[in-house]
Design a protein around this ligand. Structure first.
Ligand SMILES: [Zn+2]
Length: 101
């Protein structure tokens, strides 16, 4: 099997509520700011209990896919979201709420 990035429509708020950020071996929860989360057999945040459905990583920027493959092996049930897309969309949403659009 090979990896290809697929574009799909997602609810930004749903992604924000259910995403884990992964760096190398561990993850961190943007919800409760817990760091050092073990990735094995992970479905909920050990800090705040939020359900994880999506994962992203800064290390996957610019099409680097090593981290994607490693993360997909550990967390096959999560959808890997492109970090730049996530930043772009959540940044846009933040700007909209600032200007009340
Ligand atoms: Zn949490």
């Amino acid at each position: 099997m090979e990896y290809m990035r697929v574009w799909t429509e997602l609810d930004v708020e749903d992604v924000q509520q259910h995403i884990i950020m992964v760096e190398d071996k561990y993850g961190h929860c943007p919800g409760c700011k817990k760091i050092g989360i073990e990735l094995k057999e992970l479905s909920n945040c050990p800090g705040c209990g939020r359900e994880f459905k999506y994962v992203t990583s800064k290390d996957a920027r610019a099409g680097k896919h090593d981290i994607v493959m490693r993360t997909r092996k550990k967390l096959p049930e999560l959808v890997f979201v492109d970090y730049d897309d996530y930043e772009r969309v959540t940044g846009k949403k933040k700007a909209e709420s600032l200007f009340n659009i």
